[in-house]
Design a protein around this ligand. Structure first.
Ligand SMILES: [Zn+2]
Length: 323
């Protein structure tokens, strides 16, 4: 799939974020405030006033962050697939800098597969390297306190918040997926519901404490007669649909929880943030895709078709469950 940069950064009716910003910052603020609901323009003005033209240009370079509008209650963010690595920005000195290979390409392919069915997820994609900013951490760890990157962090989350707000306004709820890649020995999708391996063991899964800790707590609040166990490893759990469509996943009916000695990602900052009680109509998970899923265009295409089928089936069930 060819990515048209000009087209891909077009969002919410704005044709050229960079051009408008550089020439008419006031207009941008008005436009942006209208479209993104809760934008504060003061921080951008401060940056402009510093006359650090290169930094301003880079911070607002639209190729760093892409956000495209969807027409369904699905918001996908991709924080670690970026390859742009400006020399002017020092590498992070805290946390990991490891990128998630091909996850951006995977997200585009998923979007394309939905589009064949007339659907389109909201998509927020980072093109900047994780070595420069980790967009799945709180701001201090994301930037390692390099203030130059604060605006990028805020803008990324403004895009996600705008997408979620719009999806919830239009559909009453939003499924949020933070898309990542891992290369653990067991080749399967790791579905992170912000629960530890021990939480996922069937004996403890449906206690209130675990339910409220999970990234499905808002879905549980929106539904009757569902337990967390149903939603994680039941017949209609997302992992069960993935496995039925040829992509093993944990947790699922087929593979309920990782063994204690198996590596497993539980879900990070973004998943916790956007499925918290602050966003009561949002539920979701972190998906850590194994490498085979992402390795080639053929693999990405095949997985994307299974992804669309799985998500469509899952949302069909969710819509019958929501009060
Ligand atoms: Zn990642």
């Amino acid at each position: 799939m060819k990515i048209d940069k000009t087209k891909s950064v077009t969002m919410y009716g704005m044709t050229s974020f960079k051009k408008v910003f550089q020439t008419k910052s006031v207009v941008l603020c008005l436009l942006t405030a209208t479209v993104f609901f809760q934008i504060q323009c003061s921080s951008k003005k401060t940056i402009v006033d510093k006359e650090q033209s290169l930094v301003v240009k880079d911070i607002f370079d639209p190729s760093w962050l892409e956000a495209t509008e969807g027409n369904m209650p699905l918001v996908i963010s991709v924080p670690h697939g970026g390859l742009i690595s400006p020399a002017e920005i020092p590498d992070r000195t805290c946390g990991t800098r490891e990128k998630d290979d091909n996850t951006n390409l995977l997200a585009y392919q998923i979007s394309e597969a939905f589009e064949k069915q007339g659907k389109k997820p909201f998509l927020i994609v980072s093109q900047i390297a994780r070595a420069k900013i980790d967009l799945n951490r709180d701001m201090d760890e994301a930037t390692c306190e390099n203030a130059m990157m604060n605006s990028t962090w805020y803008q990324y989350h403004k895009y996600i918040e705008a997408a979620i707000s719009k999806a919830v306004a239009q559909y009453g709820y939003a499924l949020y997926i933070d898309l990542h890649g891992q290369s653990h020995p067991v080749k399967r999708l790791e579905l992170g519901y912000t629960l530890r391996k021990s939480d996922l063991e069937t004996n403890s899964m449906s206690t209130t404490a675990i339910e409220t800790k999970s990234s499905l707590q808002n879905l549980l609040n929106m539904t009757d007669n569902q337990t967390l166990k149903d939603l994680l490893i039941g017949e209609n759990a997302l992992g069960t649909f993935f496995a039925s469509n040829g992509y093993p996943a944990v947790p699922s009916l087929q593979d309920p929880f990782p063994k204690s000695d198996e590596a497993y990602f539980t879900g990070g900052y973004n998943t916790r943030r956007y499925t918290s009680l602050d966003y009561p109509k949002v539920f979701g998970l972190q998906i850590e895709a194994n490498y085979k899923v992402r390795a080639s265009e053929v693999n990405r295409k095949e997985f994307s078709e299974a992804f669309v089928t799985s998500i469509t089936d899952y949302l069909g069930v969710v819509e019958t469950l929501i009060k």
